[in-house]
Design a protein around this ligand. Structure first.
Ligand code: NAD
Ligand code: MG
Length: 398
């Protein structure tokens, strides 16, 4: 029986994780759940799964306690500074699903790694911000790190088991991350400045949280994933490629020196990588319909259009710059995406804001959590200034 903690249980990944767990009551026990503010959803999850602990942001703790009392659920509510970290590192938890979105997920993800847990990492932003720190924590504390992001899960499945000996030494020449191209792959570029949050969040193949949906529409998601792949697999930037594949059936591939290419395929359903992580090293049912390639009919591939998706090049540049550059990229992106979702920023200005923040920032080291958080905070301030300036400009024009 594995005790599972889910950080971000009310989100898209969190709900899918609970779905897989519920299919295997003989294998998994829900040990702790966490949410930011959705009291009713978290209370319902506690009533259904009876975890020992539930973590929520402090202002909502009393409301959650009341909801749990009403449901006669004896889950203990934990809130306040350090709550997520202490639950992530709890000695009785075996597996921690890190599924909080954005920089907010870093402290919990890092605490799980430092406590030597089996970490199922969906929270890619943690690796983008603090890749070196996070991977050092994994190695120093013998944590088991299993990527949940579908592309990285596919790469993990396609790599040789001893890939940690070095990609070149194990005959790997390239990692190819596939990308659907999102909702705007074929939309006229000139019209992109006018797209709405609703259009940006309508992903053709995946149902996901709003932030990652916008990231998929700008393809910054793929940029973040290039950085994520760099840290997970110790792959140099020029060994990581992006290939557009609109059907999202080939989830990524690994190319070998002898010309072989090994890929992982499946229906686009996050329960497959989640079940892989939960069951590892065994395979377990995920509730996902099996892939019918005859029905799918065709698999298309095309090169990435950098004019349409300039965010990918920004991410490669930040990765090559190193230090705190990826943390700055990530923070500026989070601010810009939120502003876009709030109707304060044009879709095409997401890239402009990040570019400006990155090109004007002094890039420092990112060796400690404090340094990473300082870079993150500074970049957020700069990005907000950029957003405000653009709002003023739009008002003048409009
Ligand atoms: P979501 O928005 O649906 O859910 C986010 C979860 O994080 C919620 O439970 C929310 O309560 C919690 N949260 C948000 N802000 C918080 C804060 N400040 N403090 C504490 N908790 C907070 O997001 P999602 O789509 O499930 O994505 C989660 C992570 O997984 C992201 O990093 C995303 O990039 C990654 N991911 C998601 C998918 C997908 O299919 N949804 C695929 C690959 C990777
Ligand atoms: Mg992905």
């Amino acid at each position: 029986m594995k005790n599972v903690t889910i950080l971000g249980s009310t989100g898209s990944i969190g709900v899918n994780t609970l779905d897989v767990i519920a299919r295997h009551p003989d294998r998994f026990r829900v040990f702790a759940l966490s949410a930011h503010a959705r009291v009713a959803e978290l209370a319902a999850q506690c009533a259904a799964h009876a975890p020992r602990f539930a973590v929520i942001a402090e202002p909502h703790a009393e409301a959650l306690r009341a909801a749990l009392r009403q449901a006669a659920c004896d889950t203990e509510v934990v809130a306040g500074p350090g709550a997520l970290e202490s639950i992530a590192a709890h000695p009785e938890a075996d597996v921690v699903m890190a599924a909080i979105v954005g920089a907010a997920g870093l402290p919990g993800s890092l605490a799980a790694a430092r406590a030597g847990k089996t970490v199922l990492l969906a929270n890619k932003e943690a690796l983008v911000m603090a890749g070196r720190l996070f991977m050092d924590a994994v190695h120093a504390n013998r944590a088991t790190l299993l990527p949940i992001d579908s592309e990285h899960n596919a790469v993990f499945q396609s790599l040789p088991r001893n890939f940690a000996d070095g990609l070149a030494r194990t005959g790997v020449t390239r990692i190819v991350l596939t990308a659907s191209g999102g909702p705007f792959r074929t939309r006229p570029i000139a019209s992109l400045s006018q797209v709405t949050p609703k259009e940006a969040c309508a992903h053709p193949n995946w149902v996901m949280g709003r932030k990652i949906s916008v990231d998929s529409a700008t393809m910054m998601n793929k940029g973040l994933e290039v950085i994520e792949a760099h840290w997970l697999f110790d792959a140099p930037p020029d060994r990581i490629e992006v290939l557009v594949h609109p059907q999202s059936i080939v989830h990524s591939m690994v190319e070998y020196i002898d010309g072989s290419v090994i890929a992982q395929l499946g229906n686009p359903d996050m329960r497959t990588p989640i079940a892989y992580g939960l069951g590892f090293p065994e395979r377990i049912h995920a509730g996902v319909p099996l892939l019918d390639l005859a029905k799918a009919g065709r698999l298309d591939f095309e090169a990435l259009d950098h004019d349409r998706f300039p965010c990918v090049a920004l991410a490669y540049a930040a990765l090559r710059q190193g230090g705190a550059a990826p943390a700055i990229l990530n923070a500026a992106n989070e601010v810009a995406v939120e502003a876009f979702l709030n109707g304060q920023l044009a879709f095409t200005d997401i890239h402009a804001v990040i570019d400006r923040v990155l090109s004007t920032a002094a890039i420092r080291e990112a060796g400690s959590l404090e340094e990473v958080q300082a870079a993150d905070a500074h970049a957020r301030t700069q990005a907000r200034i950029q957003v405000t300036e653009r709002m003023a400009l739009a008002r003048l024009k409009g």
